[in-house]
Design a protein around this ligand. Structure first.
Ligand code: CAA
Length: 380
């Protein structure tokens, strides 16, 4: 078993780390407070090729491995989880879907704008009555000549506020559940696509989490992604990749919180000694480090399976669940090490603690992941 990164992957990791530490870390708190990733950061992410990390160069992507993309999300999330999830939804749920399932026309038409960051992608699956039970969506499709006419409501759309391109899921017949669902590429500037709100949230404040009403939205038949009625499988397959990148995001957050607490423990003195000389702190450091190491190996394994053309359904769910629970554990312990300082906004641990919470919830709650894991094991 080879745990070594290739020289190309090491270079991507170093590039992402340097950018994250030098340019993103100093403004991460500002991004959280202003609820916005600055345009200059979007421009730099585009110059670095981070809007299409594993999309081939012919479509404007960087043409790197899936693991390289995971390393980018990890390094970025270490300092700014909002930027991490913006990239994650864009790369693995939007670019990936068009690259994996799109026709040549769809790839050439949509990917260059996405990989350049000119348009930012989103994933429009969840509805008020269809969260964990994704097959229960109600957004309806009627066929009208060369068009599909779509009506309904979508919520919790990460990146929705950019109004770029979305991967939309809707049903021809709700009683068919997953067999009635189709997927489409939707330009969010299309008439009838109404952004109804951007949510105010506990964390990830630099990202948009949007709600849309879709009122007689006309989508050309050329924009269907995969065959009619195959949309649910599309969603599930995309989420398999998406879940590996949420694992990477959570891993990055855990590492960010660990680094802060570790450094703090070296300089903070109580009872005449630095606090890292107390066993109570040393054991916390050891427990945090063990969990991070395990989360990293699980995440990289799932990513390398994708590079080896294996579908990591089980492995993605394990990595996502373990890494997200690690992020929450480490953020809590890091705050404990910093004591009162961990609770104030001057230190990044407070932000990471808020940001980490969602990783146990989105792209399939950890209860759903446990359902997937046990089903996979029982059906083997
Ligand atoms: N890959 C491919 N196909 C899959 C699959 C997978 N991982 N999982 C299921 N399928 C297929 C099944 O084989 C089945 O196909 P057939 O009918 O041909 O046999 C079909 O899909 C239906 O499968 P199930 O019977 O297992 O479906 P279910 O209704 O029991 O639901 C579920 C399965 C795993 C619970 C699914 O509903 C699920 O993942 N729910 C969570 C939804 C979710 O993750 N939402 C995230 C929203 S996006 C988001 O959060 C992004 C963001 O903005 C950050």
């Amino acid at each position: 078993m080879n745990f070594e990164l290739t020289s190309e992957e090491k270079l991507v990791q170093e590039t992402a780390r340097e950018f994250a530490q030098k340019e993103l870390k100093p403004i991460a708190s500002e991004i959280d407070k202003n609820h916005k990733i600055p345009d200059e950061i979007i421009k730099k992410l585009s110059e670095l090729g981070f809007f299409g990390v594993y999309i081939p160069e012919e479509y404007g992507g960087a043409g790197l491995s899936f693991l390289s993309y995971i390393l980018v999300v990890e390094e970025i999330s270490k300092v700014c989880a909002s930027t991490g999830v913006m990239l994650s939804v864009h790369n693995s749920l939007t670019c990936n879907s068009i690259y994996m399932l799109g026709t040549e026309e769809q790839r050439s038409k949509y990917l260059p704008e996405l990989t350049s960051g000119k348009k930012i992608g989103c994933f429009m699956l969840t509805e008020p009555e269809a969260g964990s039970d994704a097959a229960n969506i109600s957004t309806s499709i009627e066929k009208e000549g060369d068009f599909y006419v779509v009506n309904g409501n979508k919520i919790f759309v990460t990146n929705g506020g950019y109004r770029g391109y979305g991967i939309l899921f809707a049903t021809h017949n709700k009683s068919l559940r997953h067999r009635g669902i189709s997927s489409f590429i939707l330009d969010l500037e299309t008439e009838g696509v109404n952004l109804t709100r951007n949510e105010d949230k506990m964390g990830l404040k630099g990202t948009y989490t949007s709600a849309f009403s879709l009122d007689s939205v006309r989508i050309s038949k050329e924009n269907i992604l995969a065959e009619e009625g195959k949309g649910f499988k599309v969603a599930m397959e995309l989420l398999d990749s998406g879940r590996v990148s949420i694992a990477a995001q959570a891993l990055g957050m855990a590492e960010g919180a660990f680094d802060s607490a570790f450094e703090y423990s070296k300089t903070r003195k109580q009872f005449g000694k630095t606090i890292n000389s107390f066993q109570a702190i040393q054991f916390k450091i050891a427990d945090m480090a063990m969990k991070i190491e395990a989360a990293r190996l699980l995440t990289y394994r799932a990513a390398s399976m994708k590079d080896n053309h294996k579908n990591p359904i089980l492995e993605a769910s394990i990595a996502k669940t373990y890494a997200s629970e690690t992020a929450n554990y480490v953020a809590k312990e890091a705050m404990q090490i910093l004591g009162g300082y961990g609770y104030i906004t001057e230190y990044d641990v407070e932000r990471i603690y808020r940001d980490a919470r969602i990783t146990e919830i989105y792209e399939g709650s950890n209860e759903i992941q446990r359902m997937v894991i046990s089903r996979m094991l029982l059906n083997k």
